[in-house]
Ligand binder design. Structure first.
Ligand SMILES: Cc1cc2nc3c(=O)[nH]c(=O)nc-3n(C[C@H](O)[C@H](O)[C@H](O)COP(=O)(O)OP(=O)(O)OC[C@H]3O[C@@H](n4cnc5c(N)ncnc54)[C@H](O)[C@@H]3O)c2cc1C
Length: 309
């Protein structure tokens, strides 16, 4: 079976590894970007996703490149502890919960695909523009620079999926709920507050942080996000995930999260990215003949439950 995967993000690369594991070899992956990298920041991966990674033989490299999330603590915006919950292995799961830099996660997945399938099976610089499919015939995938035919075509091309758009041309843009997220990673001096995952404040004015690296020099690389309701619900304001902004844009209120050393976290960030918190309505079906959707292309998740990956 000739299988085409559109998108080499978390979903597309994991899918390729799962298909290889099931014995499929005729797989081609198409990625719009010129090279496989993920600028992003940190990502937290739950035990049920780590179970999949473990089945793909990636537990050891992922654990080595990450920090285990042993507890998740909720605080009020004034620093009062509400609840501290054990996570991953500490909570009795067989697989850990981990916090990792997205670029490390992508590199580990990419290296495994290259090793098991070959570098020539990932074509970068190939932006898909749509597809056509009729029952009983191969699906045609269209790219800015050509066209290919597949027995099975899978759209793993994220929240702005061209494959999804081909299936539902009238759906329109993702919906923004008015919440803006500023995200970054910052090197911070060792401090018990940075040892595990913390969620502080309420849903429309919240800070989330967790370490993704504990350096040999005692410093922590801390991933943080400041979430704030900045508008009423409307169409997504800007259509990308690498929108860099100045720290002066972050509302002054966040510097009041003193107990999280918020001012220092913001000051120590090299790059701050701004994201609108967006969502899409559920679809009646993810399939059309021999074409299907996976990951954010099928069902984007709010980034508050660590469930997207
Ligand atoms: C701010 C933020 C924080 C998050 N934090 C977490 C977290 O802590 N834990 C968690 O589990 N999830 C988190 N998520 C969600 C998670 O990032 C997504 O659910 C996950 O990345 C989806 O993977 P995907 O492969 O479906 O899409 P993506 O990761 O978006 O990958 C899509 C890939 O397709 C490529 N592509 C796009 N269009 C085309 C095209 N037309 N042709 C070819 N290639 C194309 C893109 O370049 C990209 O490489 C977060 C999301 C956001 C926005």
């Amino acid at each position: 079976m000739k299988i085409g995967i559109v998108g080499a993000g978390v979903g597309g690369l994991t899918l390729a590894l799962s298909l290889i594991d099931k014995g499929y070899r005729d797989i081609q992956i198409y990625e719009a970007a010129e090279e496989i990298s993920d600028l992003g920041v940190g990502i937290n991966i739950l035990p049920h996703a780590m179970q999949v990674m473990s089945g793909l033989g990636l537990l050891a490299p992922l654990v080595a490149a990450s920090v285990e999330t042993g507890t998740l603590s909720y605080y009020t915006q004034w620093g009062q502890l509400i609840l501290s919950d054990e996570r991953g292995i500490n909570a009795g799961y067989r697989w850990p919960q981990i916090s990792i830099h997205r670029s490390q996660l992508i590199q580990i997945l990419h290296a495994a695909v290259v090793e098991r399938l070959g570098i020539d099976r990932i074509k970068t610089g190939h932006r898909c523009t749509g597809f056509s499919s009729t029952p009983g015939a191969p699906a045609q995938a269209y790219f800015e620079n050509g066209q290919e035919e597949f027995d099975l075509l899978i759209g793993c091309d994220g929240i702005h999926s061209a494959i999804r758009k081909g299936m539902y041309p009238n759906e329109g843009d993702p919906k923004w709920d008015g919440i803006t997220m500023w995200r970054a990673v910052s090197y911070m001096p060792a401090n018990t507050i940075f040892e595990s995952m913390i969620i502080a404040g309420k849903s429309e004015h919240r800070m989330v942080m967790y370490p993704i690296e504990k350096g040999g020099d005692g410093r922590y690389l801390v991933n943080w996000v400041a979430k704030y309701k900045t508008a009423s619900a409307q169409e997504m304001p800007r259509q990308d995930w690498i929108h860099k902004v100045e720290d002066s844009e972050i509302p002054e209120d966040f510097r009041k999260f003193d107990f999280l050393m918020a001012s220092e976290l913001i000051a120590n960030a090299e790059v701050i990215y701004k994201y609108p918190q967006v969502d899409r309505d559920p679809l009646p079906s993810w399939n059309l003949n021999n074409v299907t959707l996976l990951g954010d292309a099928a069902h984007p998740m709010y980034p508050s439950g660590s469930n997207g990956a």
